[in-house]
Design a binder for this molecule. Sequence first.
Ligand code: MN
Length: 478
Amino acid sequence: MIIQSEAQKNFVSKARELAGKISSLDWEDVLIVFHADADGTAAAAIACIAFRSMGISFCARSVKQIDKATLENIAYFSKPVIFLDIGSGYLNEIKTILDPSKVVILDHHEPEGERGGILMLNPNEYGLNGSSDISGSGVSYLVFKNLVDDFSRMNELAVVGALADLQDAGPNRSLLGLNSAIILEGEENGSILIEEDFIFFGRETLPIHVSIASSSNFIIPGLTGDENVALNFLTSLGIEVKKDDSWRTFNDLSEAEKSRLLTGLMQYMVDLGLSPDGVQNMFGKIYVFKYEPKGTVLRDGREFSALLNSCARMGFSHIGLAVAIGEKGRLFEEAQRISREYRAVVSKSLSNILSVPGTRVESERVLLYNGEGIVDPRVLSPVASIISTSLPKNLEKILVVTAAEDDMLKVSIRVPKSLAQRGFNGGLLASSAARHVGGLGGGHDVASGAIIPRRRFQSFMEAVEKNAKEQFSKLRNA
Ligand SMILES: [Mn+2]
């Protein structure tokens, strides 16, 4: 492994040390508790692969958050517990309810509280950045790779988790920090190949117009969600969509066709009065897994991560986990079906919220999209993210998107980076406004959320406006 800094070197050697401790613990039966998202799933798959090869029996379960009820439920099994991609933020709670000497936490979220006797590895404690240098699955990888002979699958999963957590913030959407050291290791082992291309969904598997229409990373108004429009668009650029009788994929495009498509997309955005800058995000580093079968979603790091993400969002983390561990047959089919359903649900919710009259309410500081009854609550967060990336860059407003779930209202909040850099904290906004109406809220500076009683929506929005006003008045100069 090629390591760039002292901090990284230190962290990697701590990971090796922790692996030694885990193998000396003489555990026979472990409970793996993982964050119910794609990074958490990949982190858990890495642990499962290791425990299986070590002959340790295990049981894995996903959790959306850590609270008293969850912990009491976990304590009931009185087994050693390993938390993956979650747990660092709840050290005191965990220590109180579980036996700290039987707890391991591998996570990249900001630690909070006293660790007591808990064994924990967290990059934030070693001068590394948990949001860009390494993901939860990366931490899991650096530990568990020491306990198996063949870690090539684990290496892929570490990349999948980093991409799922949007850590590809480097030039041309590259992964940085320890992530890039992990990738280099995969390249040296011959399992990872880096290419540069369009990063549309289904680059290796779907017809080109279907790829464009079903991309879930960004909206191209008109093209996203409508295969026919996407097909006509390609034809208008003179790009052949079929060869003989079969559909071509992005992989089949020549360099000349790719650059024609790139200019075509930029012109398309300009014609709509939008900035062509967003098109740059559609192009970048592709992480190809050479040991995975050609033509499957498992071969492309971003598609693999989208598959796990769909499973987690739709409430089927266990199916994602099975696929991540290496299950190929019926469960893999099922995961792909869930993924198609997920994209359909996102696309439907998105077109509803953008087209139904009266959903959009704009004030001086807040832009509200009220998705009550028209947005599926399972996909609220991705819908909010997609809307936020499609907003004009200079719009310095707090985005609030809602969806109803029975008599509760789920709220997703996005804060423009420019405001967050000047001190605006969306997590504080969410928690303070939610508390005001007897709900729960929190999160990060740029992305946060809340869950509140549905009938208190108006008071909640008043509290949002009030808190936004206060925070705007305290903004630092750029
Ligand atoms: Mn994570």
